[in-house]
Design a protein around this ligand. Structure first.
Ligand SMILES: *Cc1c(COP(=O)(O)O)cnc(C)c1O
Length: 225
């Protein structure tokens, strides 16, 4: 618990400094505490220390923790199977991992059933890693255009997962490219698309990500150990 407190203090300070280096303030950056490796008691402790955004990469786990702690925002950050869509829409405040067209259609359909817009981020595989999810940068335009014909899906930004490097600094070009991509598509007025969020940066490289324009960082191990 002492560690948790210290970790959060350090991370908050780092976020503040990185935000200033990018000409912003910490209030513009959302810290999503990735709680996938810890249980409800730790989430509650983090919450008492002022954290109100948590990220999970499994639908069942998110649903379980959300039931126990409903008064915070739960983010879905992991790969989403289409057969789990019905269990996540309406529960996650933001789905970071829209990575293929048929998932967009399923999310849209589910939004229609419950009568609520479905806020998502488009996951982009900047480095072109075979094993990683996400659409290629060259496919973004077609994807956004197609999304404008849906009814309930709302694409609110982009997300990426940088390759695992030894040094956080190595992620910089990846983050820079995602920022540029957002810039290119921000002022095109596609219906259902409002590119505001850039979800990039994890324990290793969240400061670099903020310097390159991230406004959501997803931090797990640096908080919870
Ligand atoms: C686990 C996970 C994180 C957090 O990773 P850490 O290195 O523990 O900070 C961030 N994003 C996604 C998609 C994850 O699965």
């Amino acid at each position: 618990m002492q560690n948790l407190k210290t970790n959060l203090q350090i991370i908050k300070q780092n976020i503040e400094r990185a935000a200033l280096r990018s000409g912003r303030t910490a209030s513009e950056i959302t810290l999503v505490a990735v709680s996938k490796t810890v249980d409800i008691d730790m989430v509650n402790l983090a919450r008492e220390m002022g954290i109100n955004n948590f990220g999970e990469n499994r639908v069942a786990e998110l649903a379980r923790k959300r039931e126990a702690i409903p008064a915070v925002n739960w983010h879905m950050i992991g790969r989403l199977q289409t057969n789990k869509v019905k269990d996540i829409v309406g529960k996650a405040c933001l789905i970071h991992s829209l990575d293929r067209w048929n998932l967009a259609e399923e999310l849209d359909k589910r939004g229609g059933i419950i009568g609520e817009p479905v806020p998502v981020l488009l996951q982009i595989n900047i480095a072109g890693e075979e094993q990683k999810a996400g659409i290629a940068p060259g496919e973004v335009e077609d994807f956004l255009e197609a999304s404008s014909r849906l009814s309930w899906l709302r694409i609110l930004g982009f997300m990426t997962i940088a390759p695992l490097f030894e040094e956080g600094e190595a992620s910089r070009p990846i983050f820079r490219e995602l920022f540029q991509l957002k810039k290119i598509f921000s002022d095109k007025n596609y219906k259902n698309v409002d590119l505001h969020y850039l979800s990039m940066g994890m324990s290793q490289d969240y400061e670099v990500a903020i310097e390159e324009g991230a406004n959501i960082v997803r931090v797990g191990s640096a908080i919870f150990g």
